[in-house]
Design a protein around this ligand. Structure first.
Ligand SMILES: *Cc1c(COP(=O)(O)O)cnc(C)c1O
Length: 483
């Protein structure tokens, strides 16, 4: 029996947090010592009252919470949690299912089977692809590239799962120079060496260049894996998949597409053209905790060659007596054995949005990104560095902010000024943005990925950013005696 006031009181605390998330400072400056001291209470000799523990916990962590579930968190690529996804997530914890084996939770296994198939259909990737539910894009990339490693070495007559890489035929990993760091991380973890990856030059928007890919592949003779990208984490740009697929087909090899962000464009009639050629790949990854707006954590991997996928992830010939005929054991498709059941939440999120609500969400975020870029870009001394094709914006500010005419201050000043503005925006607390160095220039990177962001949130945030830039410009002018 759960002690009586515990669940209702927890629900009240959760509701209070949700009520606060729109208006609390997005990421207030945190006093690390205070946070440590308030959490480092001595563990009591005998157990404390459950409700009191929860009340203490909620209070102690509060100053260190980041309102990334709110409407004005634009850092990294995050996305809040939609109410239905959150509710399904509560129930998932309540049910406490272990999604490793079918027999441990037929409901969890079937929910993942169905959610995976529905998503593949929405993305327009081939029916019958195998699917794995991972902690995120990192492990999804790892899983897909492990399946690729199995397949290309298998063709060379080498069983990599049984024999390992020592003595194996030379194998080549190829990725766009601007592939996400976790793609390089996946090659690292797969024993292929992140420093050995052949980096294909990209264009001014960060897209892999097919001609450059052809030139790289020409130098490689042997098993090859190429990792392309749908949705550059900085610019939102898409690698030209039809051309890339043609080059890979000509050479031979496995084509993976990291679509942690950009796969979601495929659900929208307005944006689908960006993902043309998606169906030509051998494997795909995406994140549900980004644009589907489900709580952390939730990543997905899809693989065309189900046998390669299973061979890379299952642990060999241990015929489990617990296997249920006809049932799908989720652990055959991901690195983990015991894990959280992630299918319930994905299914609930899809149903709450509906067939029109999902593209609406994606398109709305992109529309809001254009609005943000227009608002910021209209101010003198502000440059939008990327084409706004998706939900990502790269903004650069110069010390000439606010003055007409010469905005062409040097790179060092522009970097330092942009950094200064980022710091001020973060302290201001209206919204949260981070920074990235992109093509040698310091930038503010803004990502619009949340269901609850409105036009008013964009306008308020743009005003805050411009206000912080004006304050920085005044300080800089004063400091250099140009006031
Ligand atoms: C976020 C992201 C990843 C990594 O995903 P995690 O969910 O953080 O593990 C990989 N690739 C791209 C393009 C991403 O945006």
């Amino acid at each position: 029996m759960t002690p009586d006031p515990l669940i209702p009181r927890t629900s009240e605390l959760a509701q209070a947090y949700l009520d606060s998330v729109d208006e609390r400072p997005v990421a207030p400056p945190v006093d690390l010592e205070v946070l440590r001291v308030s959490l480092d209470r001595p563990i009591p000799e005998t157990g404390a009252d459950p409700t009191a523990v929860i009340e203490w916990l909620a209070k102690a962590v509060d100053p260190g919470l980041v309102a990334s579930a709110g409407p004005r968190y634009f850092g990294f690529v995050m996305g809040g949690s939609s109410p239905t996804a959150l509710a399904a997530d509560w129930l998932t914890s309540t049910w406490d299912q272990n999604a490793g084996l079918f027999v441990r939770s037929p409901a969890a296994a079937v929910a993942e089977e169905i959610a995976g198939a529905r998503l593949a259909e929405l993305f327009g990737i081939p029916a019958g692809v195998s699917v794995g539910f991972t902690s995120g894009g990192t492990m999804a990339n790892f899983t897909a590239l492990a399946a690729a490693r199995h397949a290309v070495l298998g063709e060379a007559g080498w069983d990599v799962e049984e024999r390992g890489l020592i003595g194996a035929p030379e194998i080549y990993a190829v990725a766009g120079d601007e592939s996400h760091v976790t793609v390089y991380g996946a090659f690292q973890m797969l024993g292929l060496g992140r420093g050995r990856v052949h980096r294909v030059p990209t264009d001014d928007q960060g897209r892999m260049r097919p001609d450059a890919l052809r030139a790289v592949l020409r130098t490689l003779q042997g098993p090859t894996i190429v990792s392309a990208q749908a949705g550059n984490v900085n610019t939102g740009s898409f690698d030209p998949l039809p051309e890339i697929a043609a080059v890979v087909r000509e050479h031979g090899g496995w084509l993976h597409v990291d679509g942690a962000i950009g796969l979601w464009a495929a659900v929208s009639p307005e944006l689908r053209h960006l993902t043309a050629g998606l169906e030509l790949a051998d494997s795909w990854t995406t994140d549900a905790h980004k644009w589907l707006n489900v709580p952390y954590d939730s990543g997905l991997v899809f693989v065309r060659d189900a046998e390669a996928h299973r061979a890379a992830m299952s642990f060999g010939g241990h015929a489990l007596v617990e296997h249920v005929e006809g049932g799908r054991d989720p652990y055959d498709w991901v690195p983990e054995s015991s894990r959280r059941a992630r299918g319930f939440v994905v299914l609930a999120a899809l149903h709450a949005l509906g067939r029109s609500g999902l593209p609406d969400l994606i398109e709305r975020c992109c529309r809001l990104a254009r609005r943000m870029a227009e608002r910021l870009g209209a101010a003198p001394g502000v440059e939008i560095l990327n084409d706004i094709v998706l939900n990502q914006i790269l903004v650069r500010l110069t010390p000439a902010f606010g003055s007409r005419g010469d905005a062409g201050s040097d790179v060092v000043d522009g970097d330092a000024f942009t950094r200064d503005v980022i710091r001020r925006v973060q302290e201001d607390g209206t919204c949260w943005v981070g920074g990235r160095t992109w093509h040698g220039l310091g930038t503010i990177r803004i990502s619009i990925t949340s269901w609850n962001t409105t036009e008013a949130d964009i306008d308020r945030s743009a005003d805050a950013i411009l206000r912080c830039a004006a304050a920085a410009a005044a300080d800089w002018a004063g400091r250099s005696g140009r006031a």
